[in-house]
Design a protein around this ligand. Structure first.
Ligand code: BG6
Ligand code: MG
Length: 212
C-alpha cells in the first residue's frame, strides 16, 4: 500500500458548498455594481476570504477603492450571505460516495484529514455529521499561509507522521492542486481538466476514486 492518507478539501469536494461561496461573492458584486461569472469564480476557489475579496475587487475594477477597514466589512458582508445559504444546508448535499469512501478508508487503516481554507469548515462538518471520520482537521483558522502554499496539507501529514509522498489530496481548486503538487503529494482534481490542468488525475467526484 503506497498511500497512507487522504487529505480532503471541503467546499466543492465533500459537499456542494462551492456554489454558495460563488453566490455570496456574486451578491456582493451585484451590490457593488459589476458582473461576476462562474468562470471568473474559478480563480477565487480555494483561496482565503480576504485574498478572494482582493481578486473580486480587481475583477470589478475596484482595486484600491476601499480602506482595510472597509474591506473587512465587505468580507463580513459576503460571509453573512454565505452563512444564510449554509443555514439551510441539508445532509443530502454531501457529495455522492463520500461516506462510502470514508468507510472503505477506515477499514483499510488509511488516515483521513481535512485541508480547507474555510473558517466555516467546522460548522459545515457539524451540520453534515461527518466530523468523527477525520483523524486531523485543518481549517482556515489554523493555517498561517493560504493555498497555493502547501501548509494546509503538510500540517496534517506532519501531525499524522505520514511522508508527503504517501498522501493523496482531493481538490476542486487550481490553488489547492498547486499546493498539493508543491508538497509532493498526489493531486486528484475534482472537476475538469480544463480548470485543473496540473492535477495528476481528474474525477468528477470523490465517489469515483478507487483506493488501491
Ligand atoms: C475555500 C473556498 O474552501 O474557503 C473559497 O473554496 C473560500 O471559496 C475559502 O473563499 C474561505 O472560506 P471562508 O468560509 O473562511 O470565507
Ligand atoms: Mg474547494
Amino acid at each position: 500500500m503506497k498511500y497512507q492518507c487522504g487529505i480532503f478539501d471541503l467546499d466543492g469536494v465533500l459537499v456542494d458548498t462551492a456554489k454558495y461561496h460563488y453566490l455570496g461573492w456574486k451578491k456582493l458584486a451585484d451590490r457593488l455594481g459589476f458582473p461576476f461569472t462562474e468562470q471568473q469564480n474559478e480563480a477565487l476557489k480555494g483561496i482565503s476570504r480576504m485574498a478572494a475579496l482582493d481578486l473580486l475587487l480587481e475583477m470589478g475594477g475596484m482595486s484600491g477603492r476601499f480602506s482595510e477597514a472597509e474591506k473587512a466589512e465587505l468580507a463580513a458582508e459576503k460571509n453573512q450571505y454565505y452563512l444564510e445559504y449554509v443555514s439551510r444546508l441539508e445532509e443530502d448535499e454531501l457529495f455522492f460516495g463520500v461516506v462510502e469512501l470514508f468507510e472503505r478508508m477506515k477499514k483499510a487503516g488509511i488516515k483521513i484529514a481535512l485541508g480547507s481554507a474555510s473558517k466555516n469548515a467546522r460548522l459545515i462538518l457539524d451540520r453534515l455529521h461527518i466530523e468523527d471520520y477525520f483523524d486531523f482537521i485543518v481549517d482556515g483558522t489554523l493555517v498561517k499561509k493560504a493555498k497555493p502554499d502547501p501548509e494546509v496539507f503538510t500540517l496534517s501529514a506532519d501531525r499524522l507522521g505520514i511522508p508527503y509522498a504517501e498522501c493523496v489530496v482531493f481538490e476542486d481548486s487550481a490553488a489547492g492542486i498547486q499546493a498539493a503538487k508543491t508538497a509532493g503529494m498526489l493531486a486528484v482534481g475534482i472537476g475538469t481538466r480544463e480548470n485543473l490542468p496540473m492535477a495528476d488525475y481528474i474525477c468528477r467526484g470523490v465517489g469515483e476514486f478507487e483506493w488501491e
